[in-house]
Ligand binder design. Structure first.
Ligand SMILES: *Cc1c(COP(=O)(O)O)cnc(C)c1O
Length: 373
């Protein structure tokens, strides 16, 4: 029996490389609090991602909460229903109110026209997601923010290394937030970052993630502990040496899926949004009504045969109990997101997914189609 195939497998650099860096940590005894690896990784990521300032975090969720807090957001935050639940949880953790608006039916990113119509005197921020690493409509959303004087924070958890027409997508909005969780394109086991535009903002975010300390004896804010440890930072430095090769492998898998699924009626590969540099973080397909079996039937068919795709993102965030009573949580107001949640399936994609596995996954999709006809 062949091995099970999961939607992703974390990329790990050779263990010997990590051992060398661990030795240094043991020698120095510097485990956290902006140690040498932490400082090196911040600089290396600024260079790689072509962004001005980065503040590293212990995870993306704390980074999101801190980003909203750093901008003093209070009130309603317009966001997408079609994301991982951490996006909206960050809004609740800052005691703000999520306002869900529908996504564009093709890109599955926030629809700027819907964002615009949802703005009220209570709107405090816009929190879009670059879903699957496909850039949101940054020009339109940034323009809406600027016109109304409302900050924009991008949840860029999927968008490591993605470039759009004007360079890094991470330079849009007031702040962008990355996740370096094990399942993401670039991982530090757990980790995250806030991308800042000014040294003042970076300094403030650095203080907020360190309990609000301004110096040894001065505390200026109710900060949090969001610091990244030296172990995680060392991992990040190693991962950076391999990231281009990892993304190239993802690109090849993406290419083959598109080519080899093109003739399968009812299976629609979600298009990227014309970015200059993609990261191939996910491979989402939509199982249309023309496909002989439903998305859920396909999902179970594959799982039973050892291939584990994931329904990212299903259910919609507004269906979870802490959101469902909100006035904007009504699914009939979010038809495009609701339909996507019912049709979406993310296929396995990760560096190291070999040709035989890829062929097995694609064959299974064809078999499933034949099984239902
Ligand atoms: C992974 C993810 C997060 C949370 O990041 P963590 O590092 O796991 O806390 C937030 N938003 C989106 C869209 C994500 O996919």
């Amino acid at each position: 029996m062949s091995q099970d195939i999961y939607v992703t497998r974390p990329h790990l650099p050779p263990l010997e490389e990590f051992q060398g860096l661990l030795n240094k940590i043991w020698e120095s005894g510097h485990l956290t609090n902006s140690g040498p690896y932490h400082q090196q990784l911040e600089q290396a990521l600024c260079d790689y991602l072509k962004v001005p300032y980065i503040s590293l975090f212990n995870n993306g969720t704390i980074a999101l909460v801190t980003a909203l807090r750093a901008l003093g957001i209070k009130g309603e935050v317009i966001t997408t229903p079609f994301s991982f639940v951490a996006t909206s949880h960050a809004i609740l953790w800052t005691e703000c109110t999520p306002v869900f608006v529908d996504v564009d039916p093709v890109s599955l990113n926030l629809d700027p026209a819907q964002v615009n119509s949802a703005i009220t005197k209570d709107t405090a921020a816009i929190l879009p997601v670059h879903c699957y690493g496909h850039p949101a409509d940054v020009d339109a959303i940034d323009a809406i923010g600027a016109e109304h004087g409302i900050p924009v924070v991008y949840d860029a958890a999927h968008a490591f290394g993605v470039e759009c027409h004007c360079g890094s997508v991470l330079t849009h909005g007031d702040l962008s937030v990355l996740s370096f969780h094990a399942t993401k394109v670039f991982n530090t086991f757990e980790g995250g970052a806030v991308v800042c535009k000014t040294p003042e903002m970076k300094r403030y975010v650095d203080q907020l993630k360190n309990f609000g300390h301004e110096g040894e004896t001065v505390v200026i804010e109710t900060g949090i502990n969001g610091k990244m440890s030296e172990i995680n930072a060392a991992m990040g430095l190693l991962q950076l040496n391999h990231i281009d090769a990892a993304i190239a492998q993802r690109a090849e898998i993406d290419r083959q899926y598109r080519e080899r699924l093109a003739d399968l009626p009812g299976i629609h590969c979600v298009e990227d949004s014309g970015q200059i540099r993609a990261n191939y973080a996910y491979f989402p397909i939509r199982v249309g009504p023309e496909f002989p079996i439903s998305r859920d039937a396909l999902y179970h068919y594959m799982k039973e045969r050892g291939v584990h795709p994931r329904r990212y993102f299903y259910p919609l965030i507004p269906e979870f109990p802490m959101y469902s009573a909100l006035p904007t949580a009504d699914k009939t107001l979010l038809p495009h997101a609701a339909r996507a949640a019912d049709e979406i399936l993310c296929l396995p994609i990760y560096p190291g997914l070999d040709q035989a596995s890829l062929t097995r996954i694609i064959a299974l999709l064809h078999d499933a189609a034949a099984s239902g006809t």
